[in-house]
Write a protein that binds this ligand. Structure first.
Ligand code: NAD
Ligand code: 6OD
Length: 491
């Protein structure tokens, strides 16, 4: 067994290479049946302090002296160990989130390994600017930039894709030579903790990767973001939480990267490949029980195919297999928590009050077994809401979409852009000229044409408006997780 680890019933903080308990614990529940699967140690202020100091110390140790090539090699080793421990990471993620085992196996855990591999390679090829500058005496100067780590990076992540989103930030931060203190969601503490064992196995020095568990306000999240020795904060989560964190970090003027909520639109033109579009929208609405920031909750369909499209999407939604996340055939698991289910169900109720037509769903399923104690809701499709309805404006983050008709391209673009968010959009058409034209008018960070959530990790990822600040991915991550020092030499 790796040094310092235990067979976890208590999920512990991980500080300077040691698993440590604290004074308080909270329960970690399995969303599929509500059972408690572990107790989690909540980090107090002194433990967050210890984690930050451990990360500072590690910057001055072996890690700080490694060259880019060796750092990249260690990150590839982390990816190797993730792949070797696939059979331990998948069930941990499934138990914590309730997501189907098929999804964790094809998306979450492979992407964790890919995150380390891609950023290990990106840092090796990341170029830097240089300029030869003419001077007033007819001579010149040479300007060139060097890349340095930011220092200690605080990483705060949500529960929907816990390991994927955590490693999406840990990997580039480490690639740039930083050390990190991570605060995973209180709902999903397991895989961040298992990643500590992976780090040990991969030979990442103690103190480079630290984990503190707990909540946001007046708990580990806030202790981390307000810590004076944390040099930068990168956050994925709700827009309102982003606003609260921004206030906290403002006092010490730290760089921030925010990947926040969305109320994403999909535009389906009458000339689309019909089956592909129906399947694509079903995936964009229901994947991970709608708990992906990129999910399409607003679907605009050209009037000529509107009725046919809604009927086909209904058939698709009703055919999704809901059930135990452990069953290979399960396509739809529960929501993350009772609290989140209450939120989603309150929107189902609100949609009726706002005058929606319920095409399918709108309630909770009945299983007749222990899954009835879980946090399941039915996949749901609405039509008939006004564009000003709260259900069309606010992020619900469940397996639900509203489908509305449109006549012209201009009308579709205007409706899609009529939101305070701006994360992602998808466009479905066989007219590629139109695809480019419409894509370029979307006020979002990511637009897909005839696909959704098709990722190349070298591309910019992020949102506009309430959906975030900054871009990560490829060189954009390198630029966030490092400081550039420009050196000017008179020649
Ligand atoms: P959340 O904002 O409630 O929590 C995210 C994390 O922030 C958790 O670890 C939480 O403990 C911590 N936190 C909460 N308050 C804090 C505070 N005041 N200070 C410091 N930390 C604090 O989000 P969630 O409910 O876990 O996740 C769902 C949300 O995340 C949705 O809005 C979704 O759209 C968004 N999301 C966005 C992206 C993206 O890439 N843009 C990706 C995934 C999820
Ligand atoms: O694919 C990614 O890199 C990424 N950050 C996905 C975010 C999904 C939101 O839930």
């Amino acid at each position: 067994m790796p040094r310092g680890s235990r067979q976890v019933k208590v999920i512990q903080n991980y500080i300077e290479g040691m698993f440590v308990r604290g004074k308080r614990e909270f329960a970690d529940a399995n969303p599929a049946d509500g059972s408690v699967i572990a107790q989690v140690t909540e980090a107090d202020q002194s433990q967050v302090d210890a984690a930050v100091q451990a990360a500072r110390k590690a910057l001055r140790g072996e890690w700080g002296r490694l060259g880019v090539r060796e750092r990249a090699a260690r990150l590839h080793k982390v990816a190797d160990v993730i792949e070797a421990r696939f059979d331990c990471l998948v069930p941990a993620e499934v138990a914590d989130t309730g997501k189907p085992v098929s999804l964790a196996s094809r998306l979450d855990v492979p992407r964790a390994a890919a995150n380390f591999r891609v950023f290990a390679d990106v840092i090796k090829t990341a170029g830097l600017e240089s300029f030869q500058t003419e001077t007033s005496d007819g001579k010149s100067a040479l300007n060139y930039a060097v890349r340095k780590p930011l220092g200690v990076v605080g990483i705060i992540t949500p529960w929907n894709l816990p390991l994927l989103l955590l490693t999406w930030k840990v990997a580039p931060a480490l690639a740039c030579g930083n050390t990190v203190v991570v605060k995973p969601s209180e709902e999903t503490p397991a895989t961040a903790t298992l990643l500590a064992e992976v780090m040990q196995q991969a030979g990442i020095p103690d103190g480079v990767y630290n984990v503190v568990h707990g909540f946001g306000p007046n708990s580990a999240g806030e202790f981390l973001t307000q810590h004076p020795d944390v040099n930068a904060v990168t956050f994925t989560g709700e827009s309102q939480t982003g606003a609260a964190i921004m206030k906290t970090v403002a006092a010490s003027v730290k760089p921030v990267s925010f990947e926040l909520g969305g109320k994403n639109a999909a535009i389906v033109f009458a000339d689309c490949e019909f089956e592909d579009a129906v399947n694509g929208i079903a995936e964009a609405t229901f994947l991970n029980t709608g708990q992906v920031c990129l999910c399409a909750e607003r679907v605009y369909v050209q009037r000529a195919i509107f009725d046919r499209f809604v009927s086909a999407l209904k058939v698709k939604a009703e055919s999704l297999r809901m059930g135990s996340p452990l069953e290979k055939a399960t396509e739809l698991g529960p929501l993350i928590s009772a609290q989140h289910r209450n939120k989603v169900l309150s929107y189902y109720e609100l949609a009726r009050e706002e005058g929606a037509t319920v095409v399918t769903g709108g309630g909770t399923p009945h299983f007749g077994n222990s899954l009835d104690n879980g946090f399941y809701v039915q996949p749901t499709i609405y039509t008939g809401l006004a564009e000003s309805a709260r259900c069309v404006k606010e992020e619900i983050f469940g397996p639900v979409c509203h489908v509305a008709p449109f006549d012209t391209e201009e009308e579709a673009v205007a409706m899609a852009n009529d939101t305070k968010y701006g994360l992602a959009a998808s466009i479905w058409t066989t007219d590629l000229k139109r695809g480019h034209r419409v894509a370029q008018q979307m006020n979002v960070g990511i637009t897909w044409v005839n696909c959704w959530f098709l990722r190349d990790l070298r591309t910019p990822f992020g949102g506009v408006g309430l959906s975030g600040i900054g871009r990560e991915g490829g060189i954009h991550s390198m630029n966030f997780y490092s400081e550039l020092n420009n050196i000017c030499i008179r020649l």
